[in-house]
Design a protein around this ligand. Structure first.
Ligand SMILES: [Zn+2]
Length: 462
């Protein structure tokens, strides 16, 4: 992935559900309702965790959504074989084989990296025995309907280790509520490095040159964006894990993304153990610049991000912000940026010959939002910079757009292009973008080039 930004983020509250009476200052004592299900995670022998669900009332099943292509049924084993997993449409449930209700369920789960289609990895193991656990896949319901986003009270016990969750770190034990799309929880012994604007946990086995480079590259993008969009109010966590037991046949593989307050990348494959020329992993700089851009999109809009059908705004926008941030970092990086833009132009033209951009997400062509979206954002950028030497191009449009979203305007293509128009983007460029984003094109290659050329992008150099 490396490509996730989630919508309508409510994030994670480091609050504990409690059944104890709570005294109000003015009113009588009230009782906070116990959650219907709670989860207790502990380390188990043999590089595994034990996950124990406790139900407030007996239920016949625990429901999970989505089914993750059978990952849970494969890896989440009950201690006694009294339970079974049952697929239920896009979802799944675990139930007793004899159909009787239960109030407790214990699972043994190996800590290993599993690449899941369109979902975060359940675990990202670190070389030193630490791990990230993705809480979202544990969220469950004792009854239907179940969206998979229901709050779950989680307790983690890890004697002698640090648990990092919701921006806090605690020793031995942590309690929190996993909600919405969940969060990655760190369990391990590594000390975070405080870099500019980040709390970073980078796998100790990562070669020093790469580690030092990453600890420089990401903060640099953050600083550059902060100078334009203002400082973030949060200190995001950065996790870079290096798989001690990578799946076979992986050389220089990775999966990463962001969740509220977190950016993470899991590196797996033998290639990471061999000497790495930094020039060969410029895509890592791009990845981090792209994810850094998402933090500023979220911060600028109070976490309102629009629908997948218009993901060109945030995914393409983040790629364009990465391109703008990286193109001034030396000749190798600037050549890399040019290559990415040229590849995007090719991929966007080929893709839009098949589908319209506004149906790309539904038809499994989500990548077009990155590729075409970046070209659109770069056209906007060039158009504005050509018109005025003091203009900050795309950033001016973004700031205006974010302000309107904060004020209640929906995050969508119409309001984004309205912000572009108010910022001074020319009518021909806006017309070209409107065509590209709203309908099936007759000759997408030509129409994309027209947009770029009108805006002043030198397509001959691509
Ligand atoms: Zn993204």
């Amino acid at each position: 992935m490396g490509r996730n930004i989630t919508r309508a983020l409510i994030g994670l509250a480091a609050l504990a559900f409690t059944a104890l009476p709570v005294s109000g200052k003015t009113g009588p004592a009230t009782t906070v309702k116990a959650p219907p299900v709670s989860l207790h995670i502990t380390r188990a022998p043999g590089n595994a965790v034990r996950a124990e669900y406790r139900l407030a009332r007996p239920a016949r099943a625990l429901h999970f959504a989505p089914h993750l292509d059978g990952y849970r049924a494969r890896d989440w084993r009950t201690l006694a074989s009294e339970f079974r997993w049952v697929r239920d449409g896009d979802d799944e449930r675990i139930e007793r084989i004899d159909g009787r209700p239960f109030t407790q369920l214990s699972l043994d789960i190996p800590v290993r990296y599993s690449a899941l289609e369109k979902a975060y990895a359940p675990f990202s193991p670190f070389s030193d025995g630490g791990m990230l656990v993705y809480s979202g896949h544990f969220q469950t319901c004792p009854a239907l309907p179940c969206k998979g986003t229901e709050p779950l009270a989680v307790t983690i016990d890890a004697e002698g280790e640090t648990i990092g969750v919701g921006g806090r770190r605690s020793a031995n034990r942590a309690t929190f509520v996993s909600r919405e799309e969940g969060t990655y929880v760190y369990i391990g012994g590594a000390e975070p490095v405080a870099t500019a604007g980040f709390l970073a946990i980078v796998d100790p086995a990562l070669q020093t040159s790469l580690r030092d480079h990453l600890l420089e590259s990401l903060p640099q993008s953050m600083r550059e964006f902060a100078a334009i969009y203002g400082e973030l109010k949060i200190t995001p966590e950065l996790y870079v894990s290096l798989d001690p037991r990578p799946p076979s046949g992986t050389s220089l593989s990775s999966q990463g993304g962001t969740l509220p307050g977190q950016v993470f990348i899991h590196l797996y494959g033998d290639g990471w153990r061999k000497p790495i020329n930094l020039g060969e992993v410029l895509w890592l700089d791009w990845f981090f610049a792209h994810e850094a851009a998402h933090f500023f999109q979220r911060a600028g809009t109070n976490d309102v991000i629009g629908p997948d059908s218009e993901a060109w705004i945030h995914e393409g926008g983040a790629d364009a912000m990465a391109a703008l941030a990286l193109r001034d970092r030396g000749s190798a990086m600037s050549a890399y940026v040019d290559r990415r833009v040229a590849e995007a132009r090719k991929a966007c033209a080929a893709g839009l010959a098949q589908v319209a951009l506004n149906t790309a997400s539904r038809t499994g062509k989500f990548d077009l939002h990155y590729q075409c979206g970046m070209l659109i954002a770069l056209a906007i950028d060039a158009d504005l910079r050509r018109a005025s030497s003091g203009a900050r191009g795309l950033h001016d449009v973004n700031r205006r757009f974010f302000a309107t979203v904060r004020a209640g305007t929906p995050w969508n293509g119409r309001s984004f292009l309205e912000a572009a128009r108010h910022s001074g983007v020319s009518a021909p460029t806006l017309a070209a973008i409107t065509a590209i984003t709203s309908r099936k094109l007759a000759d997408p290659g030509r129409q994309i080039d027209t947009m770029l050329q009108q805006a002043g992008v030198d397509t001959a150099a691509l």
